[in-house]
Design a protein around this ligand. Sequence first.
Ligand SMILES: *Cc1c(COP(=O)(O)O)cnc(C)c1O
Length: 422
Amino acid sequence: MTTFPLDQATQWVQDFGSPLYVYDAATIERQYHRITGAFDTSIDLGIHYACKALNNINVLKLMKSLGAGLDAVSMGEVHLGLRAGFSPEEILFTPNGVGMSEIREAAQIGVQINIDNLETLEEFANEFGNSIPVCVRINPHIMAGGNAKISVGHIDSKFGISIHQVRHLHRIVNNMGLHVHGLHMHTGSDILDIDAFMRGASLLMDLAHDFKELTYIDFGSGFKVGYRPDESTTDIETFGTKMSARFQDFCLEYGRDLKLIFEPGKFLVSESGIFLTTVNSTKTTPSTVFAQVNSGFNHFPRPMLYDAYHHIENVSNPEGEQRIYTVVGYICETDTFGYDRKIAEVRSGDVLAFHNAGAYCSSMASNYNSRVRPAEVMIIDGHAQLIKARETFEDLMVGQIELDAFSQEKPEAEALLVPSEV
Ligand SMILES: *Cc1c(COP(=O)(O)O)cnc(C)c1O
Protein backbone atom coordinates (compact mmCIF):
# COMPACT_ATOMS: atom_id res chain seq x y z
CA MET A 1 0.00 0.00 0.00
CA THR A 2 0.97 3.55 -0.49
CA THR A 3 2.81 4.71 2.59
CA PHE A 4 3.39 8.44 2.25
CA PRO A 5 1.07 10.82 4.17
CA LEU A 6 -2.15 11.83 2.46
CA ASP A 7 -3.13 14.67 4.77
CA GLN A 8 -2.62 17.15 1.93
CA ALA A 9 -4.51 15.11 -0.66
CA THR A 10 -7.54 17.39 -0.81
CA GLN A 11 -5.20 20.37 -1.13
CA TRP A 12 -3.47 18.75 -4.11
CA VAL A 13 -6.86 18.29 -5.75
CA GLN A 14 -7.66 21.95 -5.12
CA ASP A 15 -4.35 23.03 -6.59
CA PHE A 16 -4.12 20.69 -9.57
CA GLY A 17 -7.65 19.46 -10.20
CA SER A 18 -9.16 16.02 -10.23
CA PRO A 19 -8.67 13.23 -11.12
CA LEU A 20 -4.98 13.39 -10.32
CA TYR A 21 -2.04 11.02 -10.09
CA VAL A 22 0.41 11.92 -7.33
CA TYR A 23 3.86 10.30 -6.99
CA ASP A 24 6.21 10.59 -4.06
CA ALA A 25 9.87 10.83 -5.08
CA ALA A 26 11.07 9.81 -1.61
CA THR A 27 9.15 6.53 -1.79
CA ILE A 28 10.78 5.70 -5.13
CA GLU A 29 14.19 6.42 -3.64
CA ARG A 30 13.42 4.29 -0.59
CA GLN A 31 12.38 1.33 -2.73
CA TYR A 32 15.46 1.70 -4.91
CA HIS A 33 17.71 1.65 -1.88
CA ARG A 34 15.83 -1.27 -0.37
CA ILE A 35 16.82 -3.34 -3.38
CA THR A 36 20.41 -2.15 -3.61
CA GLY A 37 20.80 -2.55 0.15
CA ALA A 38 19.55 -6.14 0.07
CA PHE A 39 22.55 -7.46 -1.87
CA ASP A 40 26.07 -8.07 -0.73
CA THR A 41 28.21 -5.00 -1.40
CA SER A 42 30.87 -7.07 -3.18
CA ILE A 43 28.40 -7.75 -6.00
CA ASP A 44 28.40 -5.62 -9.14
CA LEU A 45 24.66 -4.95 -9.04
CA GLY A 46 22.66 -3.27 -11.78
CA ILE A 47 19.07 -2.13 -11.35
CA HIS A 48 17.36 -1.47 -14.66
CA TYR A 49 14.11 0.37 -14.18
CA ALA A 50 11.32 -1.22 -16.27
CA CYS A 51 9.83 2.03 -17.41
CA LYS A 52 6.63 0.62 -18.84
CA ALA A 53 5.39 0.74 -15.24
CA LEU A 54 5.48 4.54 -15.10
CA ASN A 55 6.93 6.47 -17.99
CA ASN A 56 6.89 10.11 -16.98
CA ILE A 57 10.22 11.62 -18.05
CA ASN A 58 10.85 12.94 -14.53
CA VAL A 59 10.53 9.46 -13.07
CA LEU A 60 13.10 8.22 -15.58
CA LYS A 61 15.41 11.10 -14.67
CA LEU A 62 14.98 10.34 -10.99
CA MET A 63 15.94 6.70 -11.66
CA LYS A 64 18.96 7.85 -13.63
CA SER A 65 20.04 10.11 -10.77
CA LEU A 66 19.78 7.16 -8.37
CA GLY A 67 22.15 5.16 -10.57
CA ALA A 68 19.66 2.91 -12.33
CA GLY A 69 19.82 1.63 -15.90
CA LEU A 70 16.75 1.21 -18.03
CA ASP A 71 14.68 -1.71 -19.26
CA ALA A 72 12.85 -0.75 -22.44
CA VAL A 73 10.33 -2.89 -24.30
CA SER A 74 9.72 -0.59 -27.27
CA MET A 75 11.61 1.96 -29.31
CA GLY A 76 9.35 4.59 -27.75
CA GLU A 77 10.76 3.66 -24.35
CA VAL A 78 14.30 3.64 -25.76
CA HIS A 79 13.85 7.20 -27.04
CA LEU A 80 12.29 8.24 -23.76
CA GLY A 81 15.31 6.81 -21.97
CA LEU A 82 17.74 8.68 -24.22
CA ARG A 83 15.74 11.88 -23.65
CA ALA A 84 15.99 11.30 -19.90
CA GLY A 85 19.77 11.13 -20.15
CA PHE A 86 20.51 7.41 -20.19
CA SER A 87 23.36 6.45 -22.48
CA PRO A 88 22.60 3.71 -25.03
CA GLU A 89 24.76 1.23 -23.09
CA GLU A 90 22.63 1.79 -19.99
CA ILE A 91 19.50 0.71 -21.85
CA LEU A 92 18.56 -2.92 -22.41
CA PHE A 93 15.99 -3.28 -25.15
CA THR A 94 13.80 -6.32 -24.48
CA PRO A 95 11.12 -6.46 -27.15
CA ASN A 96 8.81 -9.36 -27.81
CA GLY A 97 7.43 -10.27 -31.19
CA VAL A 98 8.86 -7.27 -33.05
CA GLY A 99 10.19 -7.23 -36.59
CA MET A 100 13.79 -6.67 -37.63
CA SER A 101 13.12 -3.01 -38.44
CA GLU A 102 12.77 -2.24 -34.74
CA ILE A 103 15.82 -4.30 -33.81
CA ARG A 104 17.79 -2.62 -36.58
CA GLU A 105 16.90 0.80 -35.20
CA ALA A 106 17.98 -0.29 -31.72
CA ALA A 107 21.25 -1.61 -33.14
CA GLN A 108 21.93 1.68 -34.89
CA ILE A 109 21.38 3.61 -31.66
CA GLY A 110 23.66 1.23 -29.81
CA VAL A 111 21.41 0.04 -27.02
CA GLN A 112 21.88 -3.49 -25.77
CA ILE A 113 19.56 -5.90 -27.52
CA ASN A 114 17.82 -8.79 -25.85
CA ILE A 115 16.52 -11.41 -28.26
CA ASP A 116 13.84 -13.88 -27.26
CA ASN A 117 13.24 -15.93 -30.38
CA LEU A 118 15.59 -18.28 -32.26
CA GLU A 119 14.28 -17.19 -35.66
CA THR A 120 14.95 -13.55 -34.78
CA LEU A 121 18.40 -14.47 -33.51
CA GLU A 122 19.22 -16.07 -36.86
CA GLU A 123 17.92 -13.05 -38.74
CA PHE A 124 19.97 -10.81 -36.47
CA ALA A 125 23.10 -12.88 -37.11
CA ASN A 126 22.51 -12.85 -40.86
CA GLU A 127 22.29 -9.09 -40.86
CA PHE A 128 24.90 -8.07 -38.32
CA GLY A 129 27.18 -11.08 -38.25
CA ASN A 130 29.07 -10.98 -34.99
CA SER A 131 29.58 -7.22 -35.04
CA ILE A 132 27.08 -6.54 -32.24
CA PRO A 133 26.95 -8.50 -28.99
CA VAL A 134 23.53 -9.73 -27.84
CA CYS A 135 21.66 -10.83 -24.79
CA VAL A 136 19.32 -13.81 -25.03
CA ARG A 137 16.13 -14.18 -23.07
CA ILE A 138 15.62 -17.67 -21.70
CA ASN A 139 12.33 -18.97 -20.41
CA PRO A 140 13.07 -21.37 -17.55
CA HIS A 141 9.35 -22.19 -17.17
CA ILE A 142 9.28 -21.44 -13.51
CA MET A 143 6.14 -20.15 -11.82
CA ALA A 144 7.01 -18.16 -8.75
CA GLY A 145 3.48 -17.04 -7.97
CA GLY A 146 1.10 -14.43 -9.20
CA ASN A 147 -1.74 -13.73 -11.52
CA ALA A 148 -2.13 -15.85 -14.68
CA LYS A 149 -2.35 -12.77 -16.87
CA ILE A 150 0.91 -11.28 -15.65
CA SER A 151 2.91 -14.47 -15.30
CA VAL A 152 5.08 -15.08 -18.35
CA GLY A 153 7.27 -18.02 -17.34
CA HIS A 154 4.85 -20.86 -17.99
CA ILE A 155 5.14 -23.40 -20.83
CA ASP A 156 2.44 -21.75 -22.95
CA SER A 157 4.12 -18.37 -22.71
CA LYS A 158 5.17 -16.46 -25.81
CA PHE A 159 8.18 -15.02 -23.98
CA GLY A 160 11.77 -16.13 -24.15
CA ILE A 161 13.66 -18.96 -25.75
CA SER A 162 12.59 -22.11 -23.97
CA ILE A 163 15.20 -23.72 -21.82
CA HIS A 164 14.40 -26.87 -23.79
CA GLN A 165 15.73 -25.18 -26.95
CA VAL A 166 19.18 -24.54 -25.58
CA ARG A 167 20.91 -27.03 -27.91
CA HIS A 168 19.41 -25.23 -30.87
CA LEU A 169 20.45 -21.89 -29.36
CA HIS A 170 24.05 -23.10 -29.13
CA ARG A 171 23.97 -24.29 -32.75
CA ILE A 172 22.99 -20.81 -33.90
CA VAL A 173 25.43 -19.01 -31.61
CA ASN A 174 28.38 -21.23 -32.52
CA ASN A 175 27.75 -21.40 -36.25
CA MET A 176 27.19 -17.69 -36.58
CA GLY A 177 29.96 -16.79 -34.14
CA LEU A 178 27.60 -14.58 -32.13
CA HIS A 179 28.91 -12.81 -29.06
CA VAL A 180 26.47 -13.47 -26.24
CA HIS A 181 27.20 -10.94 -23.51
CA GLY A 182 24.06 -11.41 -21.46
CA LEU A 183 21.59 -14.03 -20.35
CA HIS A 184 18.16 -12.88 -19.29
CA MET A 185 15.00 -14.20 -17.74
CA HIS A 186 11.82 -12.48 -16.60
CA THR A 187 9.13 -14.78 -15.30
CA GLY A 188 6.50 -12.17 -14.57
CA SER A 189 5.13 -10.46 -11.58
CA ASP A 190 4.51 -11.28 -8.00
CA ILE A 191 7.31 -13.42 -6.65
CA LEU A 192 6.14 -14.83 -3.39
CA ASP A 193 7.98 -18.09 -3.48
CA ILE A 194 11.64 -17.10 -3.25
CA ASP A 195 12.78 -20.70 -3.54
CA ALA A 196 10.85 -21.21 -6.78
CA PHE A 197 12.46 -18.06 -8.16
CA MET A 198 15.88 -19.29 -7.01
CA ARG A 199 15.31 -22.55 -8.91
CA GLY A 200 14.68 -20.58 -12.11
CA ALA A 201 17.71 -18.41 -11.43
CA SER A 202 19.83 -21.50 -10.80
CA LEU A 203 18.78 -22.98 -14.14
CA LEU A 204 19.98 -19.79 -15.81
CA MET A 205 23.29 -19.87 -13.93
CA ASP A 206 23.80 -23.53 -14.87
CA LEU A 207 23.25 -22.58 -18.48
CA ALA A 208 25.64 -19.65 -18.21
CA HIS A 209 28.68 -21.92 -17.96
CA ASP A 210 28.30 -22.75 -21.65
CA PHE A 211 28.47 -19.08 -22.68
CA LYS A 212 32.05 -17.98 -22.22
CA GLU A 213 31.76 -14.29 -23.10
CA LEU A 214 29.12 -13.17 -20.64
CA THR A 215 29.42 -9.86 -18.88
CA TYR A 216 26.07 -9.95 -17.08
CA ILE A 217 23.08 -12.06 -16.12
CA ASP A 218 19.73 -10.30 -15.87
CA PHE A 219 17.16 -12.05 -13.70
CA GLY A 220 14.26 -9.77 -14.64
CA SER A 221 11.82 -8.80 -11.97
CA GLY A 222 8.51 -9.73 -10.53
CA PHE A 223 9.21 -8.32 -7.09
CA LYS A 224 5.84 -8.15 -5.41
CA VAL A 225 4.34 -5.28 -3.49
CA GLY A 226 1.35 -5.29 -1.16
CA TYR A 227 -1.94 -4.05 -2.56
CA ARG A 228 -4.15 -5.02 0.36
CA PRO A 229 -3.50 -3.89 3.91
CA ASP A 230 -1.23 -6.56 5.44
CA GLU A 231 -0.72 -8.39 2.14
CA SER A 232 2.57 -10.27 1.95
CA THR A 233 5.28 -8.97 -0.36
CA THR A 234 8.55 -10.24 -1.75
CA ASP A 235 10.91 -10.39 1.21
CA ILE A 236 13.57 -8.50 -0.68
CA GLU A 237 16.10 -8.63 2.16
CA THR A 238 15.97 -12.45 2.42
CA PHE A 239 15.94 -12.71 -1.32
CA GLY A 240 18.99 -10.46 -1.63
CA THR A 241 20.93 -12.49 0.92
CA LYS A 242 20.16 -15.80 -0.77
CA MET A 243 20.74 -14.52 -4.25
CA SER A 244 24.03 -12.83 -3.30
CA ALA A 245 25.43 -16.06 -1.91
CA ARG A 246 24.29 -18.11 -4.88
CA PHE A 247 25.63 -15.59 -7.39
CA GLN A 248 29.00 -15.31 -5.65
CA ASP A 249 29.36 -19.09 -5.82
CA PHE A 250 28.42 -18.97 -9.47
CA CYS A 251 31.01 -16.31 -10.28
CA LEU A 252 33.72 -18.39 -8.58
CA GLU A 253 32.80 -21.40 -10.72
CA TYR A 254 32.49 -19.26 -13.82
CA GLY A 255 35.96 -17.87 -13.21
CA ARG A 256 35.04 -14.22 -13.49
CA ASP A 257 32.81 -11.70 -11.72
CA LEU A 258 29.73 -10.90 -13.78
CA LYS A 259 27.26 -8.11 -13.29
CA LEU A 260 24.02 -9.12 -11.57
CA ILE A 261 21.04 -7.28 -13.01
CA PHE A 262 17.39 -6.96 -12.02
CA GLU A 263 14.76 -4.92 -13.78
CA PRO A 264 11.97 -4.01 -11.40
CA GLY A 265 9.07 -1.80 -12.37
CA LYS A 266 6.26 -2.31 -9.90
CA PHE A 267 8.52 -2.66 -6.87
CA LEU A 268 10.14 0.71 -7.50
CA VAL A 269 7.06 2.78 -8.22
CA SER A 270 3.78 1.10 -7.23
CA GLU A 271 3.70 2.35 -3.65
CA SER A 272 4.94 5.77 -4.64
CA GLY A 273 1.64 6.62 -6.29
CA ILE A 274 -1.85 7.58 -5.28
CA PHE A 275 -4.73 8.30 -7.62
CA LEU A 276 -7.17 10.95 -6.43
CA THR A 277 -10.72 11.13 -7.76
CA THR A 278 -13.77 13.12 -6.78
CA VAL A 279 -17.14 11.57 -6.02
CA ASN A 280 -19.77 12.75 -8.49
CA SER A 281 -22.64 11.09 -6.66
CA THR A 282 -23.74 8.13 -4.66
CA LYS A 283 -26.51 5.90 -5.95
CA THR A 284 -28.51 3.47 -3.91
CA THR A 285 -29.87 0.50 -5.85
CA PRO A 286 -31.76 -2.59 -4.61
CA SER A 287 -28.45 -4.40 -4.14
CA THR A 288 -25.79 -1.88 -3.10
CA VAL A 289 -24.66 1.69 -2.77
CA PHE A 290 -22.51 2.89 -5.64
CA ALA A 291 -19.93 5.59 -5.18
CA GLN A 292 -19.51 7.12 -8.62
CA VAL A 293 -16.24 8.95 -9.22
CA ASN A 294 -15.01 11.25 -11.97
CA SER A 295 -12.75 8.66 -13.58
CA GLY A 296 -12.86 5.19 -15.01
CA PHE A 297 -10.81 2.25 -16.26
CA ASN A 298 -9.53 4.58 -18.96
CA HIS A 299 -7.37 6.15 -16.24
CA PHE A 300 -7.04 3.28 -13.83
CA PRO A 301 -7.25 -0.01 -15.71
CA ARG A 302 -5.87 -2.62 -13.34
CA PRO A 303 -9.09 -3.55 -11.50
CA MET A 304 -10.96 -4.27 -14.72
CA LEU A 305 -7.95 -5.68 -16.57
CA TYR A 306 -6.44 -7.94 -13.93
CA ASP A 307 -9.11 -8.08 -11.22
CA ALA A 308 -6.53 -6.21 -9.19
CA TYR A 309 -7.38 -4.98 -5.71
CA HIS A 310 -6.49 -1.35 -5.06
CA HIS A 311 -7.22 -0.05 -1.61
CA ILE A 312 -9.63 2.91 -1.61
CA GLU A 313 -10.04 5.47 1.15
CA ASN A 314 -12.05 8.62 1.62
CA VAL A 315 -9.52 11.34 2.35
CA SER A 316 -12.21 14.03 2.71
CA ASN A 317 -14.02 12.27 5.54
CA PRO A 318 -11.52 9.98 7.24
CA GLU A 319 -13.43 9.97 10.53
CA GLY A 320 -16.78 9.20 8.88
CA GLU A 321 -18.74 6.11 9.74
CA GLN A 322 -17.67 3.04 7.75
CA ARG A 323 -20.18 1.92 5.16
CA ILE A 324 -20.14 -0.59 2.30
CA TYR A 325 -19.75 0.75 -1.24
CA THR A 326 -19.17 -0.47 -4.73
CA VAL A 327 -16.87 2.12 -6.25
CA VAL A 328 -17.47 2.65 -9.96
CA GLY A 329 -16.25 4.85 -12.79
CA TYR A 330 -18.05 6.78 -15.49
CA ILE A 331 -17.11 4.67 -18.52
CA CYS A 332 -20.15 3.42 -20.43
CA GLU A 333 -19.68 -0.26 -19.76
CA THR A 334 -18.92 -2.20 -16.60
CA ASP A 335 -16.33 -0.10 -14.84
CA THR A 336 -15.79 -1.19 -11.27
CA PHE A 337 -12.87 -0.17 -9.08
CA GLY A 338 -13.90 -2.21 -6.07
CA TYR A 339 -16.82 -4.25 -4.76
CA ASP A 340 -18.12 -4.19 -1.21
CA ARG A 341 -15.52 -1.80 0.10
CA LYS A 342 -15.70 -0.54 3.62
CA ILE A 343 -15.09 3.19 3.28
CA ALA A 344 -15.70 6.13 5.61
CA GLU A 345 -19.05 7.62 4.65
CA VAL A 346 -18.92 8.94 1.10
CA ARG A 347 -20.61 12.20 0.10
CA SER A 348 -20.73 13.99 -3.23
CA GLY A 349 -17.57 16.02 -3.67
CA ASP A 350 -15.43 13.85 -1.43
CA VAL A 351 -11.98 12.92 -2.64
CA LEU A 352 -11.29 9.18 -2.83
CA ALA A 353 -7.69 7.97 -2.89
CA PHE A 354 -6.75 4.80 -4.77
CA HIS A 355 -3.57 3.21 -3.46
CA ASN A 356 -0.67 1.64 -5.40
CA ALA A 357 -1.25 3.99 -8.31
CA GLY A 358 2.41 4.33 -9.27
CA ALA A 359 2.76 1.27 -11.49
CA TYR A 360 0.72 0.41 -14.56
CA CYS A 361 -1.88 3.12 -14.03
CA SER A 362 -1.10 6.33 -15.89
CA SER A 363 1.20 4.43 -18.26
CA MET A 364 -1.75 2.28 -19.32
CA ALA A 365 -4.30 5.09 -19.42
CA SER A 366 -6.25 5.76 -22.59
CA ASN A 367 -8.69 8.29 -24.00
CA TYR A 368 -11.52 5.76 -24.23
CA ASN A 369 -14.93 7.44 -24.20
CA SER A 370 -13.11 10.57 -25.39
CA ARG A 371 -12.04 11.36 -21.87
CA VAL A 372 -8.89 13.39 -21.37
CA ARG A 373 -6.10 11.95 -19.25
CA PRO A 374 -5.39 13.41 -15.81
CA ALA A 375 -2.56 15.62 -14.65
CA GLU A 376 0.40 14.12 -12.80
CA VAL A 377 2.15 15.60 -9.81
CA MET A 378 5.34 14.62 -8.03
CA ILE A 379 6.13 15.35 -4.40
CA ILE A 380 9.76 16.45 -4.22
CA ASP A 381 11.19 17.54 -0.86
CA GLY A 382 7.66 18.04 0.43
CA HIS A 383 6.55 20.19 -2.50
CA ALA A 384 3.94 19.09 -5.02
CA GLN A 385 5.10 19.86 -8.55
CA LEU A 386 3.20 19.40 -11.77
CA ILE A 387 4.97 16.89 -14.04
CA LYS A 388 2.25 16.36 -16.62
CA ALA A 389 -0.52 18.75 -17.62
CA ARG A 390 -4.11 17.57 -17.74
CA GLU A 391 -5.11 16.94 -21.33
CA THR A 392 -7.65 19.11 -23.07
CA PHE A 393 -10.15 18.45 -25.83
CA GLU A 394 -7.53 19.52 -28.38
CA ASP A 395 -5.35 16.61 -27.29
CA LEU A 396 -8.13 14.28 -28.40
CA MET A 397 -7.88 15.76 -31.90
CA VAL A 398 -4.08 15.50 -32.20
CA GLY A 399 -3.25 13.52 -35.30
CA GLN A 400 -6.84 13.27 -36.51
CA ILE A 401 -7.20 14.39 -40.10
CA GLU A 402 -10.55 15.94 -40.96
CA LEU A 403 -11.38 15.11 -44.56
CA ASP A 404 -13.28 17.50 -46.77
CA ALA A 405 -15.26 14.56 -48.14
CA PHE A 406 -17.56 14.51 -45.12
CA SER A 407 -17.80 18.23 -44.46
CA GLN A 408 -21.24 19.66 -44.98
CA GLU A 409 -22.59 23.12 -44.51
CA LYS A 410 -25.75 22.51 -42.54
CA PRO A 411 -28.50 25.05 -42.13
CA GLU A 412 -28.55 25.91 -38.44
CA ALA A 413 -32.11 24.74 -37.84
CA GLU A 414 -31.35 21.33 -39.27
CA ALA A 415 -28.18 20.99 -37.21
CA LEU A 416 -30.26 21.45 -34.10
CA LEU A 417 -32.22 18.31 -34.95
CA VAL A 418 -29.07 16.19 -34.80
CA PRO A 419 -29.09 14.51 -31.42
CA SER A 420 -26.05 15.54 -29.45
CA GLU A 421 -25.70 12.17 -27.77
CA VAL A 422 -26.61 8.73 -29.00
C1 LIG B 1 7.34 -5.59 -17.31
C2 LIG B 1 8.72 -6.09 -17.28
C3 LIG B 1 9.48 -5.96 -16.11
C4 LIG B 1 8.95 -5.35 -14.82
O1 LIG B 1 8.05 -6.17 -14.16
P1 LIG B 1 7.48 -5.70 -12.73
O2 LIG B 1 6.56 -6.80 -12.34
O3 LIG B 1 6.77 -4.41 -12.92
O4 LIG B 1 8.62 -5.55 -11.81
C5 LIG B 1 10.79 -6.38 -16.16
N1 LIG B 1 11.31 -6.94 -17.27
C6 LIG B 1 10.61 -7.07 -18.41
C7 LIG B 1 11.26 -7.67 -19.60
C8 LIG B 1 9.29 -6.67 -18.45
O5 LIG B 1 8.59 -6.82 -19.57
